[in-house]
Write a protein that binds this ligand. Structure first.
Ligand SMILES: Nc1nc2c(ncn2[C@@H]2O[C@H](COP(=O)(O)OP(=O)(O)O)[C@@H](O)[C@H]2O)c(=O)[nH]1
Ligand SMILES: [Mg+2]
Length: 282
């Protein structure tokens, strides 16, 4: 038997720019959505580096009381306010407002390098996935290993990822990263409900359970440039446990979601047949 080659040997290099034309000739528009809450000191470089990748740059602000909104507007972003319920609510406001075909979520604190945006978006435009999550387990994190608080966060996150993998028969490495790209129609079809950062695991679990194609690419998570995270494990862990068990075990898709899933399965079968059945002559 021929020995297998290492995966990196044949893998193409990460794209540095987005090729917006899909295989069917369709040109995709990209909306970059940046949730912010008091990020005036951090926001400028994030928007500066993200802007060239964005056909639409949307900052969803959580009623900051610093200059976040003024800075975002001065840098050419469209600024909208969330409903003051948390980051999950902010992402939903962004999804509803966005006009792009593919949405990318990037944190405003400098934890995500916007130069990773093409690697997140390209597999979707190329038709290989509906949703691509950045993975800190594949790309490394400077925010998950140093303190007890970070250890608890990482440990909880790993348990949740394992449970998703073994119940849904997938092999994910990170269910909670805030850095991800998703087709807008898919994001809206998920019917997202979570108001805080639990929306990340809700997005991942619903994507998998509804049969959309979820992929991961390695993205590095940097330490927030300035200021403190809004995340407190002690305050939010019951909501994480509740939403994890609910979406994984109890949540049932509504009828339109099941119909869409059945249709996608039929289409996939038809496409597979079209590929495997040679066309007849004459
Ligand atoms: N619009 C909005 N953004 C938020 C809210 N809470 C956090 N963010 C933003 O979400 C991103 C991640 O928040 P952060 O505090 O760094 O949490 P962590 O990365 O999970 O530790 C940052 O860009 C924050 O400014 C909120 O309630 N509303
Ligand atoms: Mg952060």
């Amino acid at each position: 038997m021929t020995p297998a080659l290492p995966v990196w040997y044949t893998r193409p290099r990460r794209p540095a720019a987005i090729n917006r034309t899909g295989p069917d000739g369709r040109v995709w528009r990209v909306t970059v959505i940046v949730p912010t809450r008091n990020e005036a000191v951090n926001l400028r470089p994030v928007l500066e580096v993200a802007a060239p990748f964005a056909d639409e740059l949307l900052v969803v602000d959580g009623h900051s009381n610093d200059d976040t909104r003024q800075i975002a507007e001065a840098m050419g972003a469209t600024v909208v306010l969330d409903n003051a319920r948390g980051k999950g609510d902010a992402l939903r406001v962004g999804m509803a407002r966005a006009t792009g075909d593919v949405l990318v979520f990037v944190d405003a604190d400098g934890s995500h390098d916007p130069r990773d945006i093409p690697a997140l978006v390209q597999p979707i435009i190329d038709g290989h996935a509906d949703h691509i999550s950045g993975s800190r387990m594949l790309g490394g994190s400077d925010e998950l290993h140093a303190t007890l608080h970070q250890f608890v966060r990482l440990f909880g996150s790993q348990i949740i990822t394992l449970s998703v993998n073994y119940t849904q028969n997938v092999r994910l490495t990170d269910c909670q990263n805030g850095f991800r790209a998703i087709r807008r129609d898919v994001a809206l079809a998920l019917g997202l409900q979570e108001n805080i950062t639990t929306i990340e695991q809700e997005m991942v679990i619903k994507t998998v359970r509804l049969g959309y194609r979820l992929g991961e690419v390695a993205t590095h998570e940097y330490v927030r440039a300035n200021g403190e995270s809004n995340f407190r494990v002690l305050d939010v862990w019951p909501r994480y446990v509740r939403s994890w068990l609910y979406y994984l075990l109890l949540w049932r898709p509504h009828r339109a979601q099941i119909e869409a899933l059945t249709q996608r399965r039929k289409d996939a079968e038809t496409n597979a047949l079209a590929v495997s059945t040679p066309k007849q002559k004459g």
